[in-house]
Design a protein around this ligand. Structure first.
Ligand SMILES: NC(=O)c1ccc[n+]([C@@H]2O[C@H](COP(=O)([O-])OP(=O)(O)OC[C@H]3O[C@@H](n4cnc5c(N)ncnc54)[C@H](O)[C@@H]3O)[C@@H](O)[C@H]2O)c1
Ligand SMILES: [Zn+2]
Length: 352
């Protein structure tokens, strides 16, 4: 087991700890567990030890109505300001649980048992919580870190394969923006990692979380360096909202587009660009989308990271080194039209 403490958030990430040891980490408070239907289905014996609340599944339930439903149930169950919320699930559960915990009675302590690869390496780490609003992702939320996050690779055994690949999309992103060694590790161990080899997964999650926590420590409120974690996300989010791709799949396509832009707008070499595409394809992630340039451009205008007439876009100088480029929206829209036209002749690859 390895642990990482994020000093300025007073938050500890426990990697390789068994979720069954949760009692070691819970404070002496009334604890309520929040999970989704799938997690309850797989882990009901464990969950039944707690007073629990189940929410539905899927991005569509990351809404105010789920927040209201949970708040109502907490009140019915007698939760008070001294209660503790434990979110058990993927990024959806952690985003909603963290948000409810942050606003219920002006804030309760909370922690996570993180159950998807994507949430172990990304969503549950760093203190961002929130819900979607209309068609816009994560529009309403807060920065508020959990007391602890347990990342138990054994939980990944029940995770659907497509969700595993989606999580790899986020890990690969960490390698692209910050860590050439992680890129080589992924390349060398691809097959064993896709088969969820326990030791390698613990190592991988530790490396990925270390990258994210370093960035979060240096820039907790996303003023500069932390923006680099959004590589592939500006376009990826619009693809996710307008297709049936998962988060990791959509950002895979977003990363391909950002990579192509990096070739013309930064120092990224053609060879690195090819390595990036090969890596995503080798982890069975999609590299093209049917979402049109018109749709992407419409959402770019509404993107919350928009800064007046331009967008802070994340590009790559080389594998392992990202940069932030302020691009005028009109220029970006033209480039998106070209990128979408370029990919039209390439086959669309999404595995079930
Ligand atoms: N807060 C952040 O910094 C941050 C960062 C990245 C992503 N996110 C958010 O995270 C969400 C995506 O997270 P996700 O990919 O974990 O999605 P998710 O929570 O919806 O989980 C994906 C699916 O896998 C199931 N599942 C999860 N763990 C399982 C397990 N161990 N066994 C069986 N089934 C399991 C879930 O029920 C769900 O159906 C998005 O809403 C995204 O916006 C937040
Ligand atoms: Zn992401």
């Amino acid at each position: 087991m390895k642990s990482i403490h994020i000093e300025n958030q007073n938050s500890t990430i426990l990697i390789g700890e068994s979720f069954q040891n949760i009692k070691k980490y819970l404070p002496e408070k009334k604890c309520f567990l929040i999970c989704d239907e799938n997690i309850y289905h797989h882990y009901s014996d464990f969950i039944n030890q707690f007073d629990y609340i189940i929410m539905g599944c899927g991005e569509g339930i990351k809404t105010w109505s789920s927040v209201e439903m949970i708040a109502e149930k907490l009140l019915d169950k007698g939760a008070d300001r001294n209660s503790f919320l434990l979110g058990m699930g993927g990024g959806l559960v952690s985003d909603v649980t963290g948000f409810v915990a942050s606003i219920f009675m002006r804030g309760l302590e909370f922690g996570f048992i993180s159950s998807s690869l994507l949430s172990q390496v990304d969503a549950s780490v760093g203190g961002k919580n929130g819900i979607n609003f209309g068609k816009l992702k994560n529009m309403i939320g807060v920065f508020n870190p959990p007391k602890f996050v347990i990342c138990d690779p054994m939980l990944l055994q029940t995770l659907p394969k497509r969700e595993v690949r989606s999580g790899f999309g986020e890990v690969i992103k960490h390698a692209f923006i910050k860590d050439e060694n992680l890129f080589q590790f992924l390349k060398a161990n691809r097959e064993a990692l896709l088969n969820l080899d326990a030791d390698l997964m613990e190592d991988l999650i530790y490396r990925a979380v270390s990258i994210k926590t370093n960035v979060v420590e240096s820039d907790p409120f996303e003023k500069g360096e932390r923006k680099k974690l959004n590589f592939g996300h500006t376009i990826g989010h619009t693809i996710e909202n307008n297709s049936d791709l998962t988060h990791g799949e959509a950002i895979s396509v977003g990363m391909i587009m950002a990579t192509q832009l990096s070739e013309s707008m930064c120092d990224l070499s053609e060879a690195d660009s090819k390595e990036i595409r090969d890596m995503l394809e080798s982890f069975e992630l999609p590299v093209t989308t049917e979402v049109t340039a018109e749709t992407i451009n419409e959402y770019l205008i509404k993107d919350k990271k928009k800064n007046r007439s331009s967008i802070d876009f994340i590009l790559l100088n080389q594998i392992g080194e990202a940069c932030i480029k302020t691009i005028p929206i009109e220029e970006l829209k033209t480039k998106v039209i070209r990128l979408c036209a370029d990919q039209k002749n390439k086959p669309i690859t999404t595995k079930p």
